[in-house]
Ligand binder design. Structure first.
Ligand code: FEO
Length: 393
């Protein structure tokens, strides 16, 4: 499939309809994904980004619907990660008359990942190539999403080819954000940021402000995953700046793991207490929830409420794994409650509190209960939640 993006600019990437697990198992992609690539046709034609391994023939077919791939003069590699470079060995053989471009760090990584007999022309911020009527200018954006990353701007078309930035994991035969269900778009845009970019907020904030200072005229933002932003494209930049600042809402996310239902009973009492104070609450049993969904929910939640039963003096293993995952997100400006039940001796609540504190989350309260919570202990969980709610308002 190839689709016109603007005059002489085409989307020629591929749709991965069936992918359900991305980045190892860290990102569950219920709606599939795309690996976008773009052709800018001119006297000399440029291909911007290549696609995931396994889609080579479909990719070259898509290009062939517009032009002979052998006639491509320039291949721009905005990012090394294999979802964008996996087909490079194949592409290099087909586009045998092309010059290849990327950052120094891309070149270093590309030679480690692949057996290539091509020269990578190293580019830096401000470098550009003239295609004819159109010019492509490169802007390094290290850590959005890897150290090698860059974006490519076409001044004449007012298109920012943003690679990972502003993407979403959505499989569709449509290519523009205004052509699909807006609820799906909103959720997948936020889920993508939460799972791919959340830990990198400081860098994103700085880099996006650098780009804003360049006063680029942008009509279209064309990422390398998902839909293209052509309607009010700067709004997604504003949204990214807000997420990058760790802006939160008065919302609590409760995540727990329970052995015999006691920790779950405590969690439900906490829900009741927060609800009585009009706090938005989401409750998840970690045993039946994927981590990437939790990252989506927690990105803008001021409160993390984490519970576990104690097993052999430790928190349970799924919740331990989840806290390890959450630590990697480097959340800022959050408050927490640690809670849980135990049989012989405690341990989980102390461990949860220590783990949260170790990565900068302020643990405001802790509550543990022996065996099954009785009426008074359920009330205590409720009261702690009511008191905690005052700190959220
Ligand atoms: Fe879509 Fe960082 O790769």
């Amino acid at each position: 499939m190839s689709t016109k993006v603007a005059d002489n600019v085409y989307s020629v990437g591929v749709v991965d309809w069936n992918v359900r697990s991305f980045h190892g198992n860290t990102f569950i992609t219920k709606n599939g994904a795309t690996y976008n690539s773009y052709l800018v046709c001119d006297k000399e034609t440029a291909l911007i980004d290549v696609v995931h391994k396994g889609f080579e023939e479909e990719f070259i077919h898509n290009i062939s619907t517009i032009m002979e791939p052998e006639k491509i003069k320039h291949v721009i590699l905005n990012h090394l990660e294999p979802d964008h470079s996996g087909s490079i060995e194949y592409v290099a053989k087909v586009c045998k008359n092309a010059k290849f471009y990327g950052t120094a760090k891309l070149k270093e990584g590309l030679n480690k990942y692949y057996n290539l007999d091509i020269e990578i022309n190293i580019v830096k911020t401000g470098d550009s190539i003239k295609l004819g009527d159109n010019t492509l200018t490169f802007i390094e954006v290290p850590m959005i999403h890897w150290p090698d990353s860059m974006i490519t701007y076409c001044q004449e078309k007012k298109i920012l080819f943003s690679n990972d930035a502003f993407g979403q994991h959505i499989a569709s035969n449509k290519i523009f954000t205004d052509e699909i269900d807006q609820g799906v778009l909103e959720k997948e845009t936020k889920k993508y940021y939460a799972n791919i970019l959340w830990p990198l907020g400081n860098i994103i904030d700085r880099k996006l402000n650098d780009i804003i200072k360049m006063n680029l005229d942008i009509s279209i933002i064309a990422p390398s995953h998902g839909m293209i932003w052509r309607k009010e494209p700067t709004k997604i930049i504003e949204q990214y700046l807000s997420w990058a600042k760790n802006t939160t809402a008065n919302k609590a996310v409760i995540v727990y793991e329970t052995m015999w239902g006691s920790t779950e009973k405590m969690a439900r009492a906490i829900v009741e207490g927060l609800t009585s104070q009009n706090i938005e609450v989401k409750l998840f049993d970690i045993a039946s929830t994927d981590f990437s969904e939790l990252a989506y929910e927690m990105l803008d939640a001021k409160a993390f409420i984490i519970g576990s039963s104690t097993h052999d003096n430790e928190m349970l293993s799924y919740i331990a794994g989840f806290l390890h995952f959450l630590k990697g997100m480097k959340p800022k400006n959050r408050i927490a409650i640690a809670f849980g039940s135990y049989g012989w001796a405690g341990g989980a609540v102390k461990e949860i509190a220590e783990m949260l504190t170790s990565f900068g989350v302020e643990v405001v309260d802790k509550v543990d209960v022996k065996f099954k919570p009785n009426k008074d202990e359920v009330q205590k969980c409720y009261d702690i939640a009511v008191s905690f709610a005052q700190k959220l308002k």
